[in-house]
Design a binder for this molecule. Structure first.
Ligand code: SF4
Ligand code: SF4
Length: 435
C-alpha cells in the first residue's frame, strides 16, 4: 500500500548510511547505573528502595504517583548505593537511584507464556502497565494511557510508526530488520487490547529491506497492512503519519484518539510484546550512537541508566573535531550539556556532530519575508511571525499565530535562508507564556 504525503516538510541529508548496516549489539555492562525516577511525560515516580538495599534485575525501584506515569525498574542486579538528584540529558537535576552492578544478571521476574494471546485485554493492559512501557520514539508518553482510551473515544485503527524520519537514527530500522515478528506480535497485542481490527505499519520508502521484513512478518494476517510512506521529514510525527495513512486530520491541540487512531513506535511494540509474553519490564532499549564525530557508529542495546559517555566509549570515542553531541536526532534533539548523563527510556539516539556537519551558522540575519518557512511548516503555521514575535519579546502575541500548535519539528529553521533560529525562538516563547 502506497500513499501520498502531507503538505510541507523537508528533505534533510539522511546520513543513515553511517549506522544502518550495523546489527544491534549489546553495550558493555556498566559498573554503576544512574536510573532517573522521571523518564516519562507525567507524574514522577517515588523511590521504593533504600541505600544499601539489594535489588534484582527488573525489581521496581520507583513507583508511579499518578495515572499518567510509569514505574521504573532496576536494569541490573546489585546494590543501591545512592538516591539523590543527578543531571539528565536536558541538564535538569532529577531524583535518581544509583545501582552498583554485581554482574550476576539475576532476574526478579521473567517467565515465558507462549499462550500470551489468550490473555484478556485487561490482563495484557496490566502487564504493560507493570512493565513501565513508555513511547520509545522519544516522547516517552506512558503507553498504558494510550491503551486505556475513554469510552467516548473508541479506536478503530492502530498504526505502528516505522518511519524513523529523523536523520542519522537507525534503531527502529534495525529492530524492523532483526525483530520483525516481535514488532508484529506487539501490534497484535495492542490491537487486542483496544479491540481494533485494522492495523498498519508505516515505513518510509528509503527502507526497502525493512518494508520487506515486515511484509513477510504480516503474511497470513489480513487485518495488518504495511504502508509505504514517501520519505519526507517529519513523516514520523503522529499527525503527519495519521494524515498520510488514514486521510484523517487531527485538529490542533487534539490527540490521535480524537480521530479514532492510536500510534505506537516500533520499539514500543517490541517492548509491549516482551512485557506481555515474558513479563519483562522496560530496562533496556536500542540507541543509535552515530554522527561524523563518532569513530565507530553502532546500534547498541543499552541498559537504562548507562552513562552516555560509556556508550560513546563503546563506539571508539569521539573524534577531535566533534563540535557538539545531541540526544535524539539533529532535527528534534538537543545538545547534551555533559556526556555523563544516563540513557533513559526515551533515548533513541546520540549524534556527535563535527563542525563541518552542522548546517546552521552561529549568527543569523533578519527575516527577508521569503516565505520558505511557511511553505515547509507541516502544521500550516507562520514560523516567520512566531520567530519575530519571540525575538521582540511579544510572547502573548505569538499565541495568536499558533505558538502551541508548533511541535518543534525544525523544518522552518532548516529552510530559512537567513539562518534564523526559529525553533529556539519558539521554545523561548513557549517557556514564557501559558498555553
Ligand atoms: S513552526 Fe513549528 S511545526 Fe512549523 S515548521 Fe517550525 S518547528 Fe515545525
Ligand atoms: S524562511 Fe526565514 S527569512 Fe524566509 S520568511 Fe521564514 S523566517 Fe523569514
Amino acid at each position: 500500500m502506497t500513499v501520498t504525503s502531507f503538505k510541507g516538510g523537508i528533505h534533510p541529508p539522511e546520513k543513515k548510511e553511517l549506522s544502518a548496516h550495523k546489527p544491534i549489539t549489546g553495550a558493555s555492562p556498566p559498573a554503576r547505573l544512574v536510573i532517573p525516577l522521571i523518564q516519562h511525560i507525567g507524574a514522577p515516580c517515588k523511590p521504593v528502595v533504600k541505600v544499601r538495599e539489594s535489588v534484582k534485575k527488573g525489581d521496581v525501584i520507583g513507583a508511579p504517583t499518578g495515572f499518567v506515569s510509569a514505574p521504573v525498574h532496576s536494569s541490573v542486579s546489585g546494590t543501591v548505593v545512592a538516591i539523590g538528584e543527578f543531571p539528565t540529558a536536558t541538564g535538569k537535576l532529577v531524583p535518581s537511584v544509583t545501582v552498583e552492578n554485581d554482574f550476576k544478571e539475576e532476574w526478579a521476574i521473567l517467565s515465558d507464556n507462549p499462550d500470551y494471546m489468550s490473555l484478556s485485554p485487561d490482563e495484557m493492559r496490566e502487564k504493560i502497565r507493570a512493565a513501565g512501557i513508555v513511547g520509545l520514539g522519544g516522547a516517552a508518553f506512558p503507553s498504558i494511557v494510550k491503551l486505556s482510551p475513554p469510552k467516548e473515544k473508541p479506536i478503530d485503527t492502530v498504526i505502528i510508526n516505522g518511519a524513523e524520519c529523523e536523520p542519522y537514527l537507525t534503531a527502529d530500522y534495525r529492530l524492523m530488520l532483526e525483530r520483525a515478528v516481535d514488532v508484529i506480535s506487539g501490534l497484535r497485542i495492542i490491537m487486542k487490547v483496544l479491540g481494533v481490527e485494522r492495523g498498519f505499519v508505516g515505513i518510509e520508502d528509503n527502507k526497502p529491506r525493512a518494508i520487506h521484513a515486515i511484509a513477510k512478518a504480516v503474511e497470513g494476517l489480513p487485518s495488518i497492512r504495511v504502508c509505504t510512506l514517501p520519505t519526507k521529514y517529519p513523516q514520523g510525527a503522529e499527525k503527519m503519519l495519521i494524515k498520510t495513512i488514514t486521510g484523517r486530520e487531527v485538529p490542533p491541540r487534539a490527540l490521535p484518539m480524537d480521530v479514532r487512531v492510536v500510534v505506537h513506535n516500533v520499539g514500543t511494540a517490541c517492548a509491549i510484546f516482551e512485557a506481555v509474553r515474558f513479563g519483562k519490564p522496560l530496562i533496556e532499549r536500542v540507541v543509535t550512537v552515530t554522527g561524523e564525530g563518532v569513530r565507530e557508529p553502532k546500534n547498541l542495546l543499552a541498559k537504562v541508566g548507562t552513562l552516555i559517555s560509556q556508550l560513546i566509549a563503546d563506539c571508539g570515542g569521539l573524534r577531535e573535531d566533534t563540535a557538539k553531541v545531541i540526544a535524539g536526532g539533529p532535527m528534534m534533539g538537543f545538545a547534551l550539556p555533559s556526556l555523563d548523563v544516563p540513557v533513559t527510556k526515551g533515548t533513541s539516539g546520540i549524534v556527535a556532530m563535527t563542525a563541518g556537519s552542522i548546517a546552521h551558522a552561529e549568527s543569523f540575519e533578519p527575516c527577508i519575508r521569503c516565505g520558505r518557512c511557511i511553505d515547509r511548516c507541516p502544521m500550516g503555521l507562520m514560523p516567520s511571525m512566531l520567530s519575530i514575535y519571540a525575538e521582540k519579546g511579544f510572547y502573548e502575541g505569538a499565541k495568536d499565530y499558533g505558538l502551541f500548535d508548533c511541535f518543534e519539528c525544525g523544518c522552518c529553521t532548516f529552510a530559512c535562508p537567513s539562518k534564523r533560529p526559529i525553533v529556539q525562538l519558539i521554545r523561548l516563547a513557549k517557556s514564557q507564556v501559558k498555553p
